[in-house]
Write a protein that binds this ligand. Structure first.
Ligand code: CA
Length: 220
């Protein structure tokens, strides 16, 4: 059955999956293992994983930054799409969750493409900014803790090359962003970021209806 979709009926979601999803076995196995976990909702959908691979192939992205690894499904999906000399800097704070991903990365034979940084992502981003001669990123996937989304975005845009692509997950946040009366930190941070993006002349943007919203943007 298709994963949770906020807009489509289960029938249509299942149909789309049945005629479009091409999920490598290793990803399917990791998804199945993650689904048994209490926080499985944090895993990206297989459709989004496939969309990320398509975007990477279209843009010939080689240098990738990921914020929010969880059990490594999105990381593995991207690693399968980049060339042999491609690199993903993957940021997370959980050794427990990422260790599940690491065993699948190894089995898939792509672990050499992934540089896992276990630290608060803002620290890793600061380190990356200080690293001279580091190549700017071609592709960034932002899917970490929502309270820091604004700060992550600002750091990421600095670290991305012109014409680079960024995907920001959960930008409609269970559709709570459309309710002006909601006062919780995460919703308010995402509302502010969406507002900022709507007039940010450094980027071109579009919001796609993947799950609870995916913003895709190109740096000018
Ligand atoms: Ca997400």
């Amino acid at each position: 059955m298709a994963s949770k979709n906020y807009i489509l009926s289960p029938e249509i979601a299942d149909y789309i999956q049945s005629v479009s999803l091409r999920e490598p076995d290793i990803l399917q196995q990791l998804r199945t293992e993650t689904q048994k976990m209490p926080r499985a909702i944090m895993q990206v959908s297989p459709e989004l994983g496939q969309f990320m691979r398509l975007m990477i192939q279209l843009t010939c992205a080689k240098n990738i930054l990921e914020l929010g690894v969880f059990t490594g499904y999105s990381t593995l999906s991207m690693a399968l799409a980049i060339p042999e000399d491609g690199k993903i800097i993957a940021c997370d704070i959980s050794d427990e969750w990422t260790s599940i991903g690491r065993s699948y990365w190894k089995r898939a034979g792509i672990e050499h493409k992934i540089d896992l940084r276990l630290a608060p992502a803002l620290e890793t981003l600061e380190d990356l900014k200080q690293t001279t001669n580091a190549p700017l990123f071609d592709f960034i996937f932002l899917d970490a803790d929502k309270a820091n989304y604004g700060a992550y975005y600002e750091a990421c845009i600095e670290l991305m090359r012109p014409n680079g692509l960024m995907l920001i997950d959960n930008t409609l946040w269970d559709f709570k962003v459309a309710d002006p009366d909601i006062v919780d930190l995460e919703t308010n941070v995402i509302q502010k970021l969406n507002q900022r993006l709507s007039t940010d002349d450094r980027v071109d943007i579009s919001i796609l209806l993947f799950g609870d919203g995916l913003t895709i943007l190109r740096k000018r």
